[in-house]
Design a protein around this ligand. Structure first.
Ligand code: ADP
Length: 253
């Protein structure tokens, strides 16, 4: 695969103590740089703005008001990108911010503009970092979770592969937190069939979409003939290890 979208979940970008996990971003930067050096192109879709906002303005963390939620995302997006910028720069890589909404994917003119910007950035070896533009979206009109945002970006860019990095090795037949005997499903060629046979538990404390949005994302990219992998972002050098077969995730074909 030469064109790869990597989606970073909230559970992966956040440390146990609810702040941005800089060690993770460092390891991601290192891995993405290797991919680019091999001649591949990478687009990142990153969650974490809300969490970064909460850890910046702690006293707002309990506000459930929608305007405060959006304000926290606006504050946190800068903090998040600041971490990406500083850490990727250490690896001589530049990053760019792209904020999108659902409506952007429904407009021919906008998708064309997004594609052109992506192509220009990638030609210049700059790494686009995509997130949902929370300022202009309330819950009712949101894509809602970055699994679907990543899938739509994958299709729009016509990538070869979508890698979803989460805090678990992949999709299990039942929730791995609640069941010690849960088994990892390594290959899925029919998501509808899979859904009949697995049970889905609650998502992690910082997660938003959970497993059902990952399955929805797989359905979308698979429909366009694009593969998707769910894997554990907390494992060192996971992308290289997936490629060599040393680590397993769930591959959707
Ligand atoms: P992210 O923030 O990476 O998008 P989520 O927290 O939303 O991730 O979803 C991943 C979580 O879903 C895992 O931590 C896991 O505990 C939970 N989960 C529930 N049911 C399953 C299942 N059948 N297979 C895998 N994970 C599951």
């Amino acid at each position: 695969s030469n064109k790869i979208v990597i989606k970073i979940g909230s559970s992966t970008i956040t440390s146990e103590d609810g702040i941005i996990n800089k060690e993770f971003i460092d390891s991601l930067a290192n891995q993405v740089k290797s991919l680019i050096d091999e001649g591949k192109q990478v687009v990142i879709v990153s969650s974490g703005a809300r969490i970064a906002g909460v850890s910046t303005i702690d006293k707002w963390s309990r506000k459930e008001d929608v305007n405060y939620k959006q304000a926290l995302c606006a504050i946190g997006q800068v903090e998040l990108m600041d971490s990406y910028r500083i850490i990727f720069n250490k690896y001589n890589a530049h990053v760019a911010q792209i904020l999108l909404t659902r409506e952007d994917f429904n407009s021919h003119a906008r998708t064309l503009n997004i594609r052109n910007t992506l192509f220009t950035l990638l030609d210049e070896k700059v790494i686009p970092i995509v997130n949902e533009n929370d300022t202009v979206c309330v819950d009712e009109i949101k894509i809602g979770d970055n699994d679907m945002l990543a899938a739509q970006t994958t299709v729009l860019w016509n990538a070869d592969l979508l890698i979803i990095l989460s805090d678990i090795d992949g999709i299990y037949d039942k929730s791995p937190i609640e069941n010690r005997d849960a088994k990892l499903i390594e290959l899925v060629d029919d998501v509808d069939e899979l859904e009949k046979h697995i049970s889905i538990g609650k998502s992690s404390s910082f997660g938003t979409g959970g497993i059902s949005t990952k399955l929805k994302a797989a359905k979308l990219v698979n429909k366009y003939g694009i593969n998707m992998i769910v894997a554990n972002g907390k494992k060192e050098n996971i992308i290289e290890k997936l490629a060599s077969g040393e680590e397993k995730g769930t591959l959707f074909i």
